[in-house]
Design a protein around this ligand. Structure first.
Ligand code: NAD
Ligand code: IPM
Ligand code: MN
Length: 346
């Protein structure tokens, strides 16, 4: 059976890391007998340039019809003042496909300990995931207004929206270390009080899972001082965005962290958590590992091609262990060197 993959390369380093990921996929697929075809669609700033829209209808239709979606990164200074920004396309595709659960892993392999800015004895063994709510909260609440003398954003959550991300997070914990941390600001925000009360109710359905509750501000410290205390963090859209970049940093580079965005039905979307890195675009030094590990996540979760997924993951870790790294991880290799080295190890 042929697996149909929609490819959205996007902007700045997007096409560079997507080319790496597709080269790795092509090699791994031949080795593991994985039958697939890809279709590329315009998205983000590239789509604004081509047709005035960050998320053209043909891209939504193609994404919906695919079995999985690979996305690199969008946005950048070229469109920061444009009437429609690339970021609006990203939010729109997440909403159009109702991809409410964004899973962002933070794992520090032994090979990566030296790249971490945190002391080895603190960071060793770090292995947690952030389950970030992705289609509601401050990103989507109405009213939203930007006037000359004031501005409004609304942080809204319905019961169903909170329950479904809680269920995702608790189910994930059941397959892992059976520990959940609910991260909120329930000492201040109504949505966070609601979030915490919902968590307490859902937790009763998962008696094997231990739960702790932390405030977002204190959690940003704990990620630095005691990262091994976490297994699954369940948090709201905005908090999860911020926390996942911080968590990425303790692994040494945001350039290694993939993600999966899933809904109740339809294709999942896989993308690095980082952006389009305009500061390094065109130099051939973007770390392709987050994008390549996104391919591994796709193989595992959308296609149950577990052997292929593990081979890709292991090759990425082996290349880091061998010191073949781009400058963000302290090395002097190019994107192409890293890609070739990964392919050679699959
Ligand atoms: P960024 O994640 O693009 O970059 C932050 C820093 O990390 C930069 O120094 C960059 O060089 C570095 N970095 C990121 N990815 C890297 C990689 N693969 N290899 C090596 N270094 C890497 O964040 P930003 O600079 O705040 O945003 C740039 C643009 O990307 C903005 O337009 C933003 O809105 C957009 N953005 C898009 C996504 C997405 O497409 N999902 C995510 C985040 C930001
Ligand atoms: C991410 C990005 C996006 C977000 C932006 C570009 C809209 O930062 O995927 O983490 O905030 O969700
Ligand atoms: Mn982000």
């Amino acid at each position: 059976m042929t697996h149909h993959i929609a490819v959205l390369a996007g902007d700045y380093i997007g096409p560079e890391i997507m080319a790496s990921a597709l080269a790795v996929l092509q090699h791994a697929a031949a080795k593991y007998d994985f039958d697939y075809e890809t279709t590329a669609y315009p998205f983000g700033g590239a789509a604004i340039d081509a047709c005035g829209e960050p998320l053209p209808q043909a891209t939504i239709d193609g994404a919906k019809a695919a079995d999985a979606i690979l996305l690199a990164a969008i946005g950048g200074p070229k469109w920061d003042a444009a009437p429609k920004r690339p970021e609006a396309g990203l939010l729109a595709i997440r909403q159009a496909l109702q991809l409410y659960a964004n899973i962002r892993p933070t794992k520090v392999s032994d090979a990566q300990i030296d790249a971490s800015p945190i002391k080895p004895e603190i960071v060793a063994g770090t292995d947690f995931v952030i389950a970030r709510e992705l289609t509601s909260g401050a990103y989507f609440g109405k009213p939203r207004e930007l006037a000359a003398d004031h501005a409004i954003d609304t942080m809204y959550y319905s019961q169903a929206e909170v329950e479904r991300i809680m269920n995702t997070g608790f189910q994930l914990a059941m397959q892992r270390k059976q520990h959940v941390t609910i991260v909120d600001k329930s000492n201040v925000l109504a949505t966070s009080k609601f979030w915490r009360a919902t968590a307490e109710r859902i937790a009763k359905r998962f008696p094997k899972v231990s739960v702790d509750y932390r405030y977002i501000d204190a959690t940003t410290m704990a990620i630095m001082t005691a990262p091994t205390a976490f297994d699954v963090i369940i948090t709201a859209n905005l908090f999860g965005d911020i926390l996942s970049d911080e968590a990425a940093q303790i692994t040494g580079s945001i350039g290694t962290i993939p993600s999966m965005s899933a809904g109740a039905s339809g294709p999942n979307l896989y993308e690095p958590i980082h952006g389009s890195a305009p500061d390094i675009a065109g130099k051939g030094i973007a770390n392709p590992i987050a994008m390549i590990k996104s391919v591994a996540m796709m193989a595992q979760y959308s296609f149950q091609a577990n052997a292929m997924a593990q081979a890709i993951e292991a090759a990425c870790d082996a290349v880091i262990a061998a010191g073949i790294t781009t400058p963000d991880l302290g090395g002097s290799a190019t994107n192409q060197d890293v890609t070739d080295a990964i392919i050679a190890r699959i």
